[in-house]
Design a protein around this ligand. Structure first.
Ligand code: HEC
Ligand SMILES: [Cu+2]
Length: 319
């Protein structure tokens, strides 16, 4: 639905057409309303111009049906647009569980990406067409925003948490990637390209990147290097929870609450262990805040996720 207008970017993701449909519907509606109101303004200006014989006594009074009519019509129209937008919002917020997971890290002033197989890219992201991809976004410093106009998608990368953006690219090509949040002096240079390839070409590209350690494998090495395994490993002297299968499960906390062990829980357990203590354990785990960077945190979380059978892990989902 680009109407052949050149300044509109390609519709390169499965959601782009739907975003545009809503945008153009809103545009058309506002235009019609604007024209209608302009017509009224001009019409009345002519009718009540100085010297005209129009009735100015105001005796015709109000029309109740008319007032109720236009008020409820506006309400209905507002709710239609609200519902339409809400449905799209929910769709763009729920990645399918079989999506290819790519870890993205924003830092002043570049985007770095890591594929499930460990392949790294900087300011370039290669993805297959026709397959859902979820980009998990973290920031090393300030707020950045991952923005691909051709996908009609934008998501902030916020320090201290992981956010997600998912898409199914539908059209092979090369599309601009931007940082859409002012993030310092070289903000305007923070960007690059997303290259969408037919699945066969993508598979070839991926294998041409050479053998590399997967994200989860890097995480496993860190898990040993940082001494996590000293407490969480099988031969540990400290009583610490077994982390196999922790991801995706409900965890009972010492304060009798229960939380789902999602990505948020894993990262908080590592950076702020005192915040949520697993029931039945002593709060002896040290915080790793400041000792590891965001990239290392992504690796650790990928490793912990790979220990879980609750969900197919990104590395298993690689073609
Ligand atoms: C000094 C021992 C010790 C070290 C080192 C340690 N942990 Fe822990 N960890 C614990 C204990 C004890 C708990 C349970 C109490 C709590 O929730 O804080 C725990 C809890 C956790 C949890 C929550 C588990 C659950 O079942 O809810 C995660 C995830 C975790 N640790 C990951 C790590 C990672 C990753 C590292 C290394 C970067 C690490 N731990 C290093 C002792 C340790
Ligand atoms: Cu930025």
């Amino acid at each position: 639905m680009s109407f052949g207008i050149p300044f509109v970017p390609d519709e390169a993701s499965s959601i782009a057409g739907r975003v545009d449909a809503l945008f153009y519907a809103l545009l058309a509606f506002t235009l019609l309303l604007g024209l209608f109101l302009t017509a009224l303004v001009v019409g009345y200006a002519v009718k009540y111009r100085a010297g005209s014989s129009a009735d100015r006594t105001g005796q015709r009074g109000r029309s109740l049906p008319l007032e109720i009519g236009w008020t409820s019509a506006s309400l209905v129209i507002a709710f239609i647009f609200f519902g339409w937008g809400a449905v799209l919002f929910v769709q763009r917020d729920r990645p399918p569980s079989d999506a290819l997971e790519i870890a993205a890290l924003g830092k002043q002033w570049m985007w770095t990406f890591r594929h499930p197989g460990g392949q790294r890219e900087i300011n370039e992201l290669h993805v297959p067409a026709g397959r859902p991809v979820v980009v998990s976004l973290a920031s090393q410093d300030v707020i950045h925003s991952f923005y691909v106009p051709a996908f009609r998608l934008k998501q902030d990368a916020v320090p201290g948490r992981t956010t997600h953006l998912w898409f199914t690219a539908v059209k092979p090509g090369r599309y601009h990637l931007f940082c859409a949040e002012y993030c310092g002096t070289q903000h305007s240079e923070m960007g690059g390209w997303v290259t969408v390839m037919p699945p066969e070409d993508f598979a070839k590209w991926l294998s041409a990147q050479g053998e590399s350690e997967s994200l989860a494998q890097s995480g496993e090495k860190l898990f040993r290097a940082l001494g996590c395994s000293g407490c969480h490993g099988p031969s540990s002297k400290v009583r610490a929870p077994d982390l196999a299968n922790v991801y995706g499960r409900p965890v009972a906390l010492a304060d009798r609450q229960t939380v789902l062990a999602d990505e948020r829980y894993l990262r908080d357990s590592i950076l702020q262990p005192a915040k949520e203590i697993a029931a039945g354990y002593e709060p002896v785990m040290p915080s790793f805040d400041g000792l590891i960077d965001e990239g290392e945190l992504q690796m650790l979380v990928a490793y912990l996720k790979s220990l879980s059978s609750e969900r197919s892990t990104p590395s298993e989902a690689t073609p």
